[in-house]
Design a protein around this ligand. Sequence first.
Ligand code: NAP
Length: 265
Amino acid sequence: MTQAHAGTALITGASSGIGAIYAERLARRGYDLILVARNRERLLALADRITTETQRSVEIVDADLNDRAGLASVEAKLREDASITLLVNNAGVGTHKPLLESDVDAMTRMIDLNVTALTRLTYAAVPGFVARGKGAVINISSVVAISPETLNGVYGGSKAFVLAFSQSLHHELAGKGVQVQAVLPGATATDFWETGGLPIEHLPESIVMSAGAMVDAALKGFERGELVTIPSLHAGEEWDVYEAARRTMAPHLSNKMPASRYTDA
Ligand code: NAP
């Protein structure tokens, strides 16, 4: 079933896994697509399939977001194409390896993709969304944003950045017609695990969600206007309690005087 035109969604990391599912689901919801990743063959095959199944227009951009020129080309598209109404910042890499077993250059490349590219693409898209009074940004974070002890610390830190950046964007842009969502997937069955050095077969089956189920739940959260969506967290009120504690603390975090526990003899 196809639907009325919903604008164009630009999805990074669309050649596989979560990004490829977003592409398919958003096309079915009436979006035209711009699919970004490095693997041109996979992008072409996905674009062909989606066009055949949904008749939506699908453009592919083979760009390496770790490469300055590649990133700049996607930024330019976001600035110049006024048909874009949704940016899905999904491209990302991670690993489970601890600091002592990981290479700092690989960690820096991870930050460049998970943090710098996501930030630059958001900066490229948002001014146009604000000027047109309409647009949305979906940022793919991770549950490790709030559980940094689970996998590699740089990966957890990069995803904590994505969560904090999304919360701040929501705070700044909510009154300007721009919707922001941070999605925090738990373990999801994609190439991510193999690429990061831990084949998914090593995880207990009971904690691994299919990419289709994850994206369907995340899109339900998006359509409900949620800022933070954690598809695998059954007790949703646990997030509400966590968030309420943060907000209770916020007004008390700056003070002329140190807390008495640090000044008492
Ligand atoms: P995936 O199947 O490995 O997908 C990663 C995507 O990013 C691929 O399309 C890859 O395409 C693209 N990519 C990687 N490096 C790139 C670069 N330098 N430039 C442009 N594109 C690049 O893994 P996934 O699980 O779907 O990951 C998607 C997002 O979900 C990531 O941000 C990840 O951190 C997040 N996440 C995943 C899980 C999980 O358990 N799978 C859990 C929480 C969060 P090319 O190789 O073609 O460039």
